[in-house]
Write a protein that binds this ligand. Structure first.
Ligand code: JFZ
Length: 443
């Protein structure tokens, strides 16, 4: 949706090269941890529980009164993220429920007023930074607690008609909420040192919806860039057409079929994904993605030039679900031996076709191509049209050579001639690696 009032607006003065430079650490990193944590962890049945079950603010108050994650040990979380191979992490400083995990001057509805009483965001930032991870804040534009936030189509108290809307909202004033939000965003960007990522969420323009004018997105993003010039911002503040209004696209939960483009230019992107469907801790969700699926999501993102932000929803005691621990450990085992096909890598040049059931990534610095074998081939792996392009081939996990040969085409009555393809002689037994990777040194 293009709002002509803003379409000429330019929020940030920067050349494409400067933007590339600003995002370089992030595009190299490829893999981060998302953390959805708030009062909803106690309900343990989705971070949208207040909306889904139309819980009133009064009823929801019990979660505020007992919130006390006594086992919270952010150093342990940071170690787990690092061991999984993640390079950055983004935590919910406030989700739609409106509760702040930081010690805000602008509200009483905050972690320091719960039995826990300490500033979770501060503890978290210190621990993650100490582990060498980059830091990001998710901040919800939506707020189901603030008294001035107007009731809309996504609110627990939904509206469907104009009359209802006017009636319910006559004492609510979005201008007051906008100011509140700006103050809080300023707070999180000035109280915890350098912040690498801001993840605002989310816009839903239209009837009984909200967008840039409701959030004051232009003013907000301008302030953010002034406060933290190096920061990287997601695309959910409804400023798609505003220069500098966002940095990366955030396709979610569904597959991205190719590297997203705007006007023929490839756009930085990051998909965020859950283990089990819900973002907040959900006790009774039993269908979790397995190790191969999770690694597949990461590899597939990189193969299309994108990042993966993989979500953990800690419990209300302050620990990761055991299923999350195991999943992260397994990813870490794979990353320990195979991360060279992830970090600093991107989509392979067009001239390289992916063999059947494989995903390609490419490191432009080292000029190496990576073939991820999703289904292990029978003895030979045919590389179509690779002739003359490959110097050497090896498995990534054990640096063992994979011998290369040229298949010959037999012509009836004539000489054999080359097909332009290459064959790799892979061992009969699949190596003990969830997704084996072949590293090709290119000419
Ligand atoms: C939002 C949140 O509502 C959700 O709780 C979680 O925080 C997630 C990361 O973001 O959900 C969205 C937002 C936007 C889209 C889909 C889900 N979208 O644009 O498709």
């Amino acid at each position: 949706i293009v709002n002509s009032a803003y379409s000429q607006e330019k929020i940030w003065n920067e050349t494409p090269e400067q933007k590339k430079e600003r995002l370089a650490w992030w595009t190299d990193a490829r893999f981060g941890m998302f953390i959805h944590w708030g009062l909803y962890a106690q309900a343990a049945r989705h971070e949208w529980v207040k909306n889904r079950e139309r819980i009133t603010t009064e009823e929801y108050q019990k979660y505020f009164e007992i919130f006390n994650p006594d086992l919270f040990d952010p150093a342990d979380w940071a170690k787990k993220a690092k061991a999984a191979g993640m390079k950055y992490a983004v935590i919910t400083s406030k989700h739609h429920e409106g509760f702040t995990m930081f010690d805000s001057k602008y509200t009483d509805y905050k972690v320091t007023n719960t039995p826990y009483s300490k500033d979770i965001i501060k503890e978290w930032v210190d621990a993650f930074r100490a582990e060498g991870l980059r830091i990001g804040f998710y901040y919800s534009l939506i707020d189901w607690h603030h008294p001035d936030y107007t009731i809309d189509s996504r609110h627990p108290q939904r509206v469907e008609t104009k009359e209802e809307y006017d009636k319910l909202n006559k004492n609510r004033d979005m201008a007051v909420y906008r100011e509140y939000m700006k103050n809080q965003v300023r707070e999180i960007l000035t109280s915890y040192g350098k912040i690498d990522i801001l993840w605002l969420d989310f816009s839903f323009p239209g009837e009984f919806g909200k967008g840039r004018d409701d959030w004051g997105s232009v003013e907000l993003i301008k302030m953010v860039r002034e406060l933290q010039p190096g920061i990287i911002i997601d695309d959910r503040a409804d400023l798609q057409d505003v220069d500098g209004g966002w940095d990366f696209m955030t396709p979610e939960q569904y597959k991205v079929d190719k590297w997203p483009e705007i006007d023929g230019k490839k756009i930085p992107w990051e998909t965020c994904q859950t283990f089990s469907g819900s973002w907040g801790y959900y006790r009774d969700e039993y269908t979790w993605k397995d190790n191969k699926q999770l690694l597949g999501l990461l590899i597939e993102s990189v193969s299309k030039g994108g990042n993966l932000l993989l979500n953990v929803g800690p419990t209300a005691r302050g620990v990761f679900d055991e299923r999350a621990d195991v999943a992260l450990e397994k990813m870490g085992e794979w990353m320990k031996f195979n991360s060279r096909s992830i970090y600093g890598c991107t989509q392979a040049p067009n001239e390289f076709e992916a063999p059947a059931n494989s995903l390609l990534t490419y490191n432009p610095e080292t000029n190496r191509l990576y073939i991820h074998l999703l289904d292990y081939p029978l003895q030979k792996l045919r590389l179509p049209g690779y002739k003359g392009k490959v110097k050497y081939a090896q498995f990534l996990h054990d640096a063992s050579e994979i011998r290369i040969s040229e298949p010959r085409q037999h012509n009836r009555g004539g000489d054999d001639h080359s097909t332009g393809d290459l064959d790799l002689s892979v061992p009969v037994a699949k190596p003990n690696v969830e997704i084996p990777v072949i590293e090709l040194f290119l000419n």
